[in-house]
Design a protein around this ligand. Structure first.
Ligand SMILES: [Fe+2]
Length: 375
């Protein structure tokens, strides 16, 4: 702490509530990303280091530079034969391979990946990457580190000496079955509406939900995309929902995440599909990996094509997306589960519809049953 700084008080009238502030939507072109891949590929690095560059929004401020306020996106390259030393961090991440073949090791699990595959790296998992192929491998990685950096609690270690994570998980599962100290702690009702008092032991020994590294290989995920593309007939006109599958990690339970902070989804828009304008307090970042299309965000129009990355929905900005004449495939990463955990995910599925608080009020419905029947 800087001792020359002094604590002060501010009257609430001098600090009125501020309306949501949007980082403007923007498109990072595939050409810009290719330029960065070339730069990363050509630079000298220390053995075991990673060729990684963050895509930073012009409105981002330290600490925690990102492409959205709570999401950083990095471009990662491993040349043939390269491998990284192990790393560990308190952020969790989800990654998407855009080219080549590589291997991600997290604790005791080794995941091979290739183009369009997705995988997650749990918080505090010891992870490393390897490229044993003869071509460069390139992947995007998205993490919640910006939030942790703003909170001043992001932990990142290089080459950590850690027990194998699977052992840690096994120990945790074993402890679950043991008599726990909290069984002897205070546990009593306060009033009749569910409020309770609980002893300290409840705070330091919460129930464990095992968090594993998982893979969503394209060759399996893609088998489910034709069905969602064809909902609602030609151009999806008869369907009120979105033509996508969410890549679900059961560790996120009802928060519908791929990581505890983000969901990743893969969309397959039918040709000329135009989505309804809507908004949500979660921010969304799209990576287009096939086809092209256009978006309108807060009244501004954008066009995009395969290889482009877009801050496509700043939190609470009204937006919609539309596919071009050949349709498109999009990876979307959105800080949805993080906001559900904070009871902060407000959602408006159509601009004429109600605003609801996701997970604490009834959610939105679509006409999917009729859309399937209409095929
Ligand atoms: Fe959206």
């Amino acid at each position: 702490m800087n001792d020359s700084k002094e604590l002060f008080f501010v009257d609430s009238q001098a600090m009125p509530p501020r309306p949501p502030e949007f980082w403007p939507a923007l498109v990072v072109t595939g050409e810009q990303i290719e330029g960065e891949i070339a730069r990363l590929s050509g630079k000298p690095i220390a053995e075991g280091d990673i060729r990684r560059a963050y895509v930073v929004h012009p409105d981002a401020v330290e600490p925690g530079l990102g492409l959205a306020p709570g999401i950083d996106v990095s471009v990662n390259v491993l040349l043939p034969g390269e491998s990284t030393r192990p790393f560990r961090e308190s952020a969790s991440s989800v990654a998407f391979c855009i080219r080549g073949q590589g291997t991600c090791r997290v604790d005791a699990r080794t995941m091979d990946f290739t183009t369009n595959d997705v995988w997650n790296v749990p918080s505090m998992g010891v992870f490393s990457y390897r490229n044993a192929s003869t071509e460069p491998v390139v992947f995007l990685s998205y993490s919640n580190a910006p939030v942790l950096k703003k909170l001043g609690v992001h932990v990142f270690e290089t080459a950590p000496e850690a027990p194998p994570r699977m052992q840690v998980v096994a120990d945790a599962e074993h402890k679950e079955k043991m008599q726990r100290a909290k069984a002897s702690a205070t546990n009593a009702a306060i009033g009749s509406d569910g409020a309770r008092v609980l002893g300290y032991e409840y705070l330091i020994d919460i129930d464990v939900v095992t968090s594993r590294p998982l893979a969503w290989p394209w060759k399996e995920v893609s088998q489910h995309l034709d069905a969602v593309e064809h909902l609602g007939g030609a151009a999806g006109k008869g369907y009120q929902g979105r033509h996508l599958v969410a890549l679900y990690n059961p560790a996120t339970e009802r928060r519908m995440g791929t990581t505890p902070a983000f969901f990743a989804s893969i969309a397959q828009f039918p040709p000329n599909r135009v989505d309804a304008p809507h908004r949500h307090s979660s921010a969304a970042i799209n990576y287009i990996f096939a086809g092209d299309g256009r978006s309108t965000v807060e009244g501004r129009k954008f066009t995009w094509k395969a290889g482009d990355l877009m801050l496509s929905a700043p939190g609470w900005a009204v937006h919609n997306h539309a596919a071009g004449e050949h349709g498109c495939n999009i990876l979307t990463v959105q800080d949805h589960p993080l906001q559900i955990a904070m009871e902060s995910l407000i959602w408006q599925e159509t601009l004429k519809g109600a605003i609801f608080k996701m997970g604490a009020e009834a959610g939105a419905q679509t006409n999917i049953a009729d859309s399937i029947a209409a095929e």
